[in-house]
Design a binder for this molecule. Structure first.
Ligand code: EPU
Length: 345
């Protein structure tokens, strides 16, 4: 490691020990603008909470660490509120602040690791809600036109764990994203009479019923239930390195799903609005025999096969090689291609 380099172990939730040769903490939109005005064409690496990231090598371009905190109300009516949140704000802290302020809509997304600025990139989602459902607009630095850009939610091409931010790059190697998100604006509900609890997913309803008892179900009850469910199924990155779901649930054509269902009647499937079918990758990986399996410093979490874990002293390369073996085995057994969710550097 050269003397000016910085250790990134604490800045990626897998806890891989890599370093960055140049590191710039970004604490405000003004700092971001100043950086890009001074170095408009320099390659960089935008780091958020580091919770959806596999670092396989030292980073040889400037790391911009998005650390701007805080949120403010921009518009308010009797029924809704428009809140702008800085990219570096911790996602879960914002969800909790929403609950404290009586702003409704994000409660199902409690305890998701990472930062607010990263949330639209992969359109984070859990328990029947995706962040796109509440995003109004986004302020981002446009590295192509060297100025601030405002993207309405409709311009973001949100899909399952997908958005425009995963597709627009300045270079052919796709290492230099065009947009660097600075602020995310959420339109949230204020009037509880207009709010509907979303408890249709998995065991959420049962858990909420247990928490709420005879009381009318509130967003607080839902958040509490989600926190309970997530804590029981997903490892805490402070304790065991991980990046949440490592694989996306694959989406297949209806005919493919039909054939698979005929062969494997218990395979969990979720029909999509466009006629395609989403399959539970966790089930495929478990059936392929990987759940709880450890290989060297990495492994598959024993309570949720979608999650890969790092026990320490391992590397991102080791993890990616392991992930490739899982993909190959799942493909061999089921003919279904699964793919990683995190960004790999
Ligand atoms: N399953 C297994 N074995 C496993 C894991 C799951 O058989 O080891 C089966 C379950 O029994 C269930 C189905 O797979 O029938 C779905 O499992 P679960 O409800 O746990 O959800 P998931 O599809 O595994 C997705 C998201 C999670 C999100 C949950 C809840 C993706 C890639 N993952 O997981 O998101 O919390 O739904 O909504 O879409 C994340 O992205 O980091 C993440 C944790």
């Amino acid at each position: 490691m050269n003397p000016s380099s910085i250790d990134l172990t604490a800045f990626n939730t897998f806890g891989f020990a890599v370093s960055a040769s140049q590191y710039v903490p970004v604490r405000s939109a003004r700092e971001l603008q100043n950086y890009f005005k001074a170095a408009p064409d320099a390659p960089c690496f935008v780091l958020g909470g580091g919770s959806n990231l596999v670092l396989t090598r030292d980073i040889d371009v400037t790391v911009l660490h998005m650390l701007a905190q805080g949120f403010a109300v921009y518009e308010e009516s009797d029924s809704h509120v428009l809140v702008g949140v800085q990219a570096g704000h911790v996602w879960h802290d914002f969800v909790m602040s929403c609950l404290n302020n009586g702003w409704l809509g994000l409660e199902n997304l409690a305890l998701i690791p990472g930062s607010v600025g990263a949330s639209p990139v992969q359109n984070i989602g859990a328990y029947g809600v995706e962040v796109k459902d509440c995003i109004s607009k986004i302020k981002a630095w446009d590295r192509l036109h060297h100025k601030w850009a405002w993207l309405a939610a409709a311009d973001c091409a949100f899909g399952y764990r997908d958005s425009v931010f995963k597709h627009q790059f300045l270079d052919d190697a796709r290492t230099q994203p065009r947009y660097v998100i600075s602020k995310v604006f959420f339109k949230l509900l204020k009037d509880p009479a207009l709010w509907q609890a979303k408890i249709g997913y998995g065991d959420v309803a049962a858990c909420v019923a247990q928490i709420a008892g005879d009381a009318v179900v509130t967003a607080q009850h839902i958040a509490q239930a989600i926190i309970q469910i997530r804590s029981s199924k997903l490892p805490d990155p402070q304790v065991l390195g991980n990046a949440g779901s490592f694989f996306k649930n694959p989406i297949v054509a209806a005919q493919v799903a039909q054939k698979l269902k005929a062969q494997y009647s218990t395979m969990p499937m979720y029909p999509q609005a466009d006629g395609t079918v989403k399959i539970a990758a966790g089930w495929l990986i478990e059936q392929a025999g990987f759940k709880g399996l450890r290989e060297g410093a990495v492994g598959v979490y024993d309570k949720q096969a979608l999650v890969l874990v790092h026990y320490g002293q391992g590397s991102g390369l080791e993890l990616m090689a392991f992930a490739q073996r899982i993909c190959a085995k799942v493909f061999e057994q089921f003919g279904v291609q699964i793919a990683p969710e995190p960004i790999v550097y």
